[in-house]
Design a protein around this ligand. Structure first.
Ligand code: NDP
Ligand SMILES: O=C(O)C1=N[C@H](C(=O)O)C[C@H](O)C1
Length: 269
């Protein structure tokens, strides 16, 4: 019998960290070999099964990423941009696959991750679900088919603990729309309208953000024309969709050469 790929989860106590741990433990295609939290966190030194309210599973939460990574085949990382950059360096040094779900990255974070991807397989996406990645492809097609007489707006809603905006998914959808139109998103992006904004500029791609309660993640791409509107919509009701996508990426990455990939590559879309 071949050995299953060993997976480390960073940000173990987070909303996605806990969902990822449950997903790996429930999978027959991978095994959990590590759980990372930051120095001083009260989970450090404890069995991750126990701190999550269940039976011991023999995986002790640690803040020593380098030591955990050398015993693993992949790390799945849904944390924060500065932490993800540090994990990318450690993953490259250990030569393991790095699956990145973290959003809110600035150019400086992305260029450091690109450096790490010269030595390791990095799979990064603002949304790891099958549904959103399908929606991304549809968005590009619809944007390419319609002219600038259709205004494009991306509307997203998330829970009240989310720290970045617009969401990584909204930006992914905006990029797809811009690509479909043959323009750069940075040239047409319109985020955060407030006050006397003036009329909408033709060709802009707008973003609107809602934060409240326990909304898992909802995204609409609106194409608003004269006398008609098209709305492409994805509604997430369970974080399991992101965790299952991330685990699929970690397994797929085992056979890939070093470099940067996304979920469209993993899903073959
Ligand atoms: N791509 C996708 O499909 C999805 C992406 N996400 C993204 O994943 C990220 C996490 O989301 P979520 O789980 O809801 O957030 P949480 O705040 O619940 O969890 C974040 C975790 O990361 C840890 N963390 C944060 N900063 C650091 C650091 N500097 N060093 C070490 N650990 C750190 C936190 O530890 P502590 O509590 O100690 O701060 C916490 O355990 C976000 O960027 C979110 O947008 C979410 C869902 C899907
Ligand atoms: O923070 C979240 O919760 C989510 N973040 C991702 C994003 O920024 O798009 C994906 C998902 O929508 C949930």
């Amino acid at each position: 019998m071949t050995d299953l790929p060993g997976i480390v989860i960073t940000g173990a106590s987070g909303r996605m960290g806990q969902m990822l741990i449950k997903t790996v433990l429930g999978s027959d295609k991978a095994k959990l070999v590590g759980a990372i939290e930051r120095d001083g966190h009260d989970w450090i030194g404890q069995d991750v099964g126990v701190v999550m309210g269940g039976q011991p599973i023999g995986v002790i939460v640690t803040s020593d990423a380098a030591a955990a990574f050398v015993q693993a085949n992949a790390v799945i990382d849904f944390t924060a941009p500065s932490a993800t950059v540090a994990f990318a360096q450690a993953a490259a040094e250990a030569g393991i696959v790095h699956v990145i779900g973290t959003t809110g990255m600035e150019d400086e974070h992305l260029s450091q991750i690109a450096t790490s991807a010269a030595k390791a397989t990095v799979i990064r996406a603002g949304n790891m679900s099958l549904g959103v990645n399908l929606l991304t492809g549809l968005t590009k097609k619809v944007a390419a088919a319609l002219g600038e007489e259709f205004d494009i707006e991306v509307i997203e809603a998330h829970h009240n603990k989310k720290v970045d905006a617009p969401s990584g998914t909204a930006l992914m959808l905006g990029e797809a729309a811009a690509e479909g139109r043959g323009v750069k998103l940075s040239d047409v992006r319109d985020s955060g309208r407030d006050g006397i904004t003036g009329a909408r500029k033709t060709g802009d791609i707008g973003f609107a953000v809602i934060r409240g309660g326990d909304i898992v993640g909802e995204h609409d791409v609106l194409f608003a024309g004269e006398g008609e509107r098209i709305i492409l919509r994805h509604v997430a009701t369970d974080r399991g969709i992101f965790a299952r996508g991330a685990l699929r990426a970690a397994i797929w990455g085992q056979d890939q050469a070093p470099g940067e990939y996304d979920m469209m590559d993993v899903l073959g879309l």
